[in-house]
Write a protein that binds this ligand. Sequence first.
Ligand SMILES: NC(=O)c1ccc[n+]([C@@H]2O[C@H](COP(=O)([O-])OP(=O)(O)OC[C@H]3O[C@@H](n4cnc5c(N)ncnc54)[C@H](OP(=O)(O)O)[C@@H]3O)[C@@H](O)[C@H]2O)c1
Length: 282
Amino acid sequence: MADTRAVLLTGAGGGVGQATAKALTDEGFRVYAGVRSGGGNLAQIPGVRTVQLDVTEPDSVASAVTAVLRDGCSALHGIVNNAGVIVQGPLELVTPEELRYQFDVTVFGAAAVTQAFLPLLRAGHGRLVNITAATARVAGPFFGPVSASKAALQSLSDAQRLELAHWGLPVIVIEPGLLDTAIFDKSAAATAKSLAALTPERRALYEAQSAAVSASLAKSKASSPGIVAEAVLKALTARKPKPRYTVGPDTRLLGLLARLPLRTRDRLVAGVTGLSKIPAAQ
Ligand SMILES: NC(=O)c1ccc[n+]([C@@H]2O[C@H](COP(=O)([O-])OP(=O)(O)OC[C@H]3O[C@@H](n4cnc5c(N)ncnc54)[C@H](OP(=O)(O)O)[C@@H]3O)[C@@H](O)[C@H]2O)c1
């Protein structure tokens, strides 16, 4: 297998990451699977090599480049920025550290990984794939931090698509809707911890709205992460990849909402999330 069939994938231990590693290796790619620790089931997938990679740590990013080079890989066919977290909660109650952490992982982390691995991507005439989210276009209540960070990644991708066109390197955004992965449970656990640190008065401020949004989310149908893996495969193998792939049935509704006048859109989102049923504060 030539070096040009190698792909660097971040956040490879998660739901989308594992499905993507499997889909890519099934097609003959070698996958450098970035994980923060361990590697779990990934090690059992033939063609996967796990690489320690915390995208928020400059030393870790530099060591990951060294590890890939040491493995004899001098060119990449793809970089897939998939690592992600969700910081949720009303913006009033999200701490500056939590907000920064969201951007550290989604935006600065993805940018750092891309910068560090770009020489290898250029050598392989490869493609850059950034996983954003449909909420980058329509920010949901209580999901401001992640929506804003994905919008920022979307914007960086738009700029870099034009910059890297000079070398013929496509930049592709994959915009999934709701997926059935562990990301929401991890996020809910982190939110519960940060809410516990608040005074009861502050905690009570958004309790009813938060419960309504959680209930509406629980009723939503999440798609399998495999649909994102298929889109990544398409992005990396299509002769002429699209600059953006929206993935999942719910992205159609979000696409429509994104085009509506803001007042109409707010009314609809407030209705769907149950916010409109909560009596206004006096
Ligand atoms: N699930 C959804 O509904 C949904 C919708 C739209 C977009 N997405 C996007 O899809 C991507 C994959 O998410 P997922 O749903 O598969 O969630 P997931 O199962 O939680 O996977 C996320 C992965 O990112 C890793 N990660 C977190 N912080 C990291 C850091 N600092 N450095 C390196 N890796 C880090 C996690 O590692 P640990 O295991 O060590 O925590 C995990 O492996 C994310 O970018 C997410 O925003 C998801």
